[in-house]
Design a protein around this ligand. Structure first.
Ligand SMILES: [Zn+2]
Length: 410
């Protein structure tokens, strides 16, 4: 087993602790490197280098912000060995929570004062042996902010109470009610109505009817719905959850063999593979079903103008599946169609054709970075591989892995 350990921990009394210290310092080294990159390229650089997710990339970007703004604290934290990029992210978020509500000019003038106070408080905390937990970092930062910028903190609290926000994280919707009071009120109202639904369902089951609410739409659901399911039903009912009132676009890619389906599931960009049964159900309600030509047939076919044709777009979406920037997972439906070599319609000295072989999907952020010339891309094989060059001579390449990519069809 020793062979799996790096030299540095062989024979060390507490190898796990040593490994964690090494890991933490490596994380902070990546933060140090990021400080050398211009701020507008930090998120894309760390995403390309480290992968994982955008939220992970932003943790590093925030860490670099703190390292830049509080260099003495950063040095101390690096030496400590217990501190991770998440600690820096926590401090960034706690401070930023207040700065976002201020006018830019005001935020810029108060930030150095806040930074100096937080840096000093956290340095004292670490020197005096305080626990290096995320919770502690959060509290020390909040305590300092309340002491040095009380007015700003109370303005933030007021603003948050009056602001409700709704986010989406994959198939979850998160409603931020702004304050605990509003959250309580919404929760109890939804709860009351959900309880009515549950009682109705119980009665229906007792009567032996098959029409119990919350369970009538899906034959795989048996028995009584849970309270959580009833709460969701209450909210969806408010929106009029019927095919007539809710419109969704789902692009489903399904292989055919001699014109027949059912040869191995189907792929939905942003979702992944689904079963044949689900594919047939979705196809059954689709308003448009199109047979795509093989990539060979369509690859070099050129559209006259700057805009890609519907068929070209569908083919590229199937080939790429998501943004082609290294490790970016923004699904095809939310991406833009980029000419890998610029089109003469936008760049007169360039001669990129409007064809599948010169097209790739990019999310809005990465499209903007490429258009601005901060990242450049080229392809040796008609868009299947895309080679990227970024800041500091960084290079990387991505291979198409959508349902129509050679990778999948081979
Ligand atoms: Zn992207």
């Amino acid at each position: 087993m020793d062979a799996l350990y790096p030299e540095s921990v062989v024979g060390v009394e507490n190898p796990a602790r040593q490994l964690v210290t090494d890991l933490n310092r490596r994380e902070l080294s990546l933060v140090s490197w990021l400080v050398t990159v211009v701020p507008e390229l930090r998120a894309s650089s760390v995403l390309a280098a480290r992968g994982r997710s955008r939220s992970e990339a932003y943790r590093y970007v925030h860490g670099a912000g703190i390292a830049e703004r509080m260099p003495a604290l950063f040095e101390l934290l690096f030496d400590d060995g217990r501190i991770t990029v998440d600690h820096l992210d926590t401090v960034w978020l706690r401070i930023n929570r207040h700065l976002v509500g201020l006018k830019t000019r005001v935020a810029e003038s108060v930030r150095p004062l806040i930074d100096a106070a937080v840096s000093e408080a956290l340095s004292d905390w670490i020197r005096e042996g305080g626990p290096a937990t995320l919770e502690a970092f959060s509290q020390v930062t909040d305590e300092t902010l309340a002491a040095v910028a009380g007015n700003i903190v109370s303005a933030t609290e007021q603003r948050e109470q009056d602001t409700q926000r709704l986010y989406r994280r994959e198939n979850r919707l998160i409603l931020d009610c702004g304050s605990a009071v509003t959250a309580d009120a919404v929760w109890s109202t939804v709860g009351d109505r959900a309880l009515d639904l549950l009682r109705e369902a119980r009665r229906a089951e007792h009567d032996g009817t098959e029409e119990a609410l919350c369970s009538d739409e899906n034959a795989a659901f048996s028995g009584l719905p849970s309270m959580a399911q009833c709460r969701a039903r209450v909210l969806l009912d408010l929106l009029g959850d019927t095919p007539a009132t809710m419109k969704i676009t789902v692009n489903l890619y399904r292989p055919t063999l001699d014109g027949r389906h059912g040869v191995g599931g189907a792929f939905i960009p942003g979702v992944g593979y689904v079963s044949d049964l689900t594919a047939s159900a979705l196809e059954g309600v689709a308003t448009l079903v199109r047979e795509l030509p093989s990539r060979k047939e369509i690859n070099h076919r050129q559209a006259r103008g700057y805009t890609f044709t519907t068929l070209q777009k569908a083919t590229v979406q199937g080939r790429d599946g998501h943004c082609r920037f290294p490790h970016c997972a923004v699904p095809a439906g939310r991406c833009e169609h980029d000419h890998i070599i610029s089109s003469p319609h936008t760049t007169p000295e360039s001669d990129g054709p409007t064809s599948v072989s010169n097209c790739m999907l990019l999310c809005r952020t990465h499209h903007a970075l490429k258009t601005a010339g901060l990242w450049s891309a080229s392809t040796p094989d008609d868009g299947v591989t895309v080679d990227w060059t970024g800041p500091d001579g960084y290079t990387d390449s991505t291979e198409a892995d959508g349902p129509l990519a050679p990778l999948r069809s081979s």
